[in-house]
Design a protein around this ligand. Sequence first.
Ligand SMILES: Cc1cc2nc3c(=O)[nH]c(=O)nc-3n(C[C@H](O)[C@H](O)[C@H](O)COP(=O)(O)OP(=O)(O)OC[C@H]3O[C@@H](n4cnc5c(N)ncnc54)[C@H](O)[C@@H]3O)c2cc1C
Length: 399
Amino acid sequence: MTQVVIIGAGPTGLTLAMLLAQRGISVKLIEASGSFRRIFRGEALMPSGLDAIDRMGLADVVEQIPHRSIDAWEFHIENRPIFRVDEPMESGGKPCTLVSQPALLEAVLDRAAQCENFELIQGTAVRELLWQNERVSGVRLSDDREIAADLVIGADGRNSIVRQQAQLELVQVNQSFDILWFKLPTSPDFQAENVFHSVLRGQNAFGVFQGSEGNLQVGWSLHRDKPVEWQKVDWAEKLAAASPEWLASHFRAQKDAIERPLLLSIVVGRCPQWHRPGVLLLGDAAHPMSPIRAQGINMALRDVIVATNHLVPALQQSPNLTAIDTALAQIQTEREPEIIEIQRLQQAEVAQAELMHNYPILRHAASLLAPAIGGRIRHRWLDRQLQLRRGFSQVDLKV
Ligand SMILES: Cc1cc2nc3c(=O)[nH]c(=O)nc-3n(C[C@H](O)[C@H](O)[C@H](O)COP(=O)(O)OP(=O)(O)OC[C@H]3O[C@@H](n4cnc5c(N)ncnc54)[C@H](O)[C@@H]3O)c2cc1C
């Protein structure tokens, strides 16, 4: 029987393992972390990702685990509201939905574990790839165990060791910022209406919303050109100083309940080649995504559907290495155009934010002229969002 080894049980690795195992393929999934709660991945799913979840047969799972939709998006510059867009943005469409990632991953694991041909090895990292005649033939784990495979899939995220070991180059897009992530108790304002507020005041910028599990989540952008000793900052006060009054009083009231922030370093880029004989990269390992407008999980799930379509016919034969390697190239060819377009749109959003960050005059103009030009800014923003939410290609699960 053909053996697949998948490295990394994030959204990419777990959903691919489930789909392949459900189609009779023998899958070993290897995850370095002992618990799904320890890895941060964000939790916003756009309509394109919700559609992928549907096609994977997981729509009922989302209904059963903590989830919450976004009701609207609101932008504030220099303490003035600039514009607001209600969800869903398309009539009859789905709203952006926050889905608890640990709960989703555990539920997908339950489904995969129902297949006898599925095995999870958790709490052990992959250290290196094994090669035979210039083809990847398996992996060596950190405890020195060796696992043979007809196909190795690197779903091990933005710092992928599979990518490094396979010597697949990552071309990075320079990023000017990292994100500090905070959690704190929610407020009645967000319980009544879960608005994603984007706040820009001076050179301070952050987003705040109520997450899937009911707490408030804040992503604060930390500019790399101005290093701060963020561990020493009084964050309740700093957040309050940048916020409209109603939000500032909540941050101050929750001063002692704001959790110590988590620093999330941003890596964005794309591999010119996603595969070599015997090995394929998918999700962030092939194309690490910016957190801007929540695309990474959505793109990862769509990669998985396309990979399943191409891999299953090749893997269901008795081991046919040529058929497998041909499928790897087809997967990249089908997925790459959408990834290029989505990353281009994300960079356009970043470029706009950078202009506002660097030029106080633009911030003042936007806040002063908001009543006159807010509608135009809203229209242009909405145009980009509609493309970011739908994706650029039709992704159907065909096998
Ligand atoms: C601040 C921030 C916020 C974000 N918010 C969102 C959002 O709201 N919505 C969205 O769609 N995207 C978001 N993203 C992007 C999203 O997190 C990623 O695109 C997505 O997690 C990619 O999934 P993945 O499965 O490919 O990789 P990952 O989720 O990174 O999973 C990789 C897995 O591989 C495991 N692993 C790594 N190395 C090894 C090894 N050597 N051996 C074994 N296992 C290994 C890791 O432990 C991990 O479980 C955000 C990103 C950031 C940085």
